[in-house]
Design a protein around this ligand. Sequence first.
Ligand code: CO
Length: 134
Amino acid sequence: MIGRLNHVAIAVPDLAAACALYRDTLGASVSEPLDQVEHGVTVVFIDLPNTKIELLGKLGEQSPIAKFLERNPEGGIHHLCYEVEDIIASRDRLLAKGARVLGSSEPKIGAHGKPVIFLHPKDFNGVLIELEQL
Ligand code: CO
């Protein structure tokens, strides 16, 4: 069911510093920051030859990454995103297998303008998983 690794998302306490680290120290090409108000994050995209990295900065006090950054003040890997061909079929299969989908379990439009769902980390070895329809 799952396909390619679409991205690894890293929550960071200081987005400008993280951009500088990836651009200047690691030599990656780093996008301009993009505020995603409805998701409570500012996102920077880093294209690698085989996948993407997303740096997530907190946007607003209600940000979904605020608690994560409290627990991980230096930042850390926040989620992995796998591609799926059919988000509804994937969700129904996961629910039938007893996995928990976060929120209403209806797909939302994610950072790339495509439908996404998130799966409970306690059901997947402590890793928050995002599924994105191609
Ligand atoms: Co993501």
